[in-house]
Ligand binder design. Structure first.
Ligand code: PGA
Length: 265
């Protein structure tokens, strides 16, 4: 039986003071009474303060990215040991926003902004290896854009992303990874993926892991769905056999919404 896991991806929101306020609200809303694993992923600058605010809450701390090198001349980067140092236990890797695959083109998302991002499957592979080596749990995100979905290549895209991301990682390490199926078109758009379809693609992720390793590994890994998860759709998504949790963006910035999603799990 896989244990459900709900993670809140705060993206580029919250100062340190605001992060503490939100954590206190989440703690009050959950009042220690939850069965799922719960993780919050603030910005780098709020991690240290968030770590103390989470003390004795049962809620775990995660980061939103990291670099694969441990130290060196990598201006602006953060390493796995730095994340461990501030108390992080999880790290989101390969998020579509870090891959430069934004869902809806908005005036802000001009081509030159996109070019500042652009992680590849192989950088995600290096990061996943580094995170596992450090003892962090990677939350590895995969998912198709709307163009890829319309072209009918969703399953192939997800399989390719996984195959490269998992290169050279042994099965006993892969078992520790949390995967997140995040269709790019569903992220931040309010357009949630239909629960049957989300479950089907999570099943594709599971069978790809089984094909790359063995069926026991496929059955062990936890797979979240992410993309416009809200209190009103969480229970339906989380009741599906292949969906073991949720990676929540917008709704994780509201303590009551996030708590409602945790309770649905
Ligand atoms: P959303 O974001 O819940 O705001 O759609 C999900 C994510 O990007 O992880």
């Amino acid at each position: 039986m896989r244990h459900k896991i709900i993670a809140g991806n705060w993206k580029m929101h919250k100062t340190t003071a605001e992060a503490v306020e939100l954590i206190n609200e989440i703690r009050a809303a959950l009042s220690g009474d939850f069965a799922a694993d719960v993780v919050v992923c603030p910005t780098f600058t709020a991690l240290y303060t968030a770590s103390s605010a989470l003390k004795d809450s049962g809620i775990k701390l995660g980061a939103q990215n990291m670099f694969w090198k441990d130290k060196g001349a990598y201006t602006g980067q953060i390493s796995s040991s730095m994340l461990k140092d501030v108390g992080a236990e999880y790290v989101i890797l390969g998020h579509s926003e870090a891959r430069g695959r934004f869902g809806v083109p908005e005036p802000d998302f001009t081509p030159e902004i996109l070019s500042y991002f652009g992680e590849s499957d192989s950088t995600i592979n290096r990061k996943t290896i580094a995170a596992l080596t450090a003892g962090l749990v990677p939350i590895v995100c995969v998912g198709e854009t709307i163009d890829e979905r319309n072209a009918g290549v969703t399953d192939r895209v997800v399989e390719e992303q996984l195959t490269v991301a998992l290169e050279t990682i042994p099965s006993e390490e892969t078992c520790k990874i949390v995967f997140a199926y995040e269709p790019v078109w569903a992220i931040g758009t309010g357009e949630v993926c239909d629960a049957d379809e989300a479950d089907r693609v999570c099943g594709v992720i599971r069978s790809t892991v089984a094909k790359l390793f063995d069926s026991a590994t496929g059955e062990t890994v936890r797979i979240q769905y992410g993309g416009s998860v809200k209190p009103n759709n969480a229970a339906d998504l989380l009741s599906r056999p292949n969906i073991d949790g949720a990676l929540v963006g917008g709704a994780s910035l509201s303590a009551s919404d996030f708590a409602a999603i945790v309770m649905a799990a």
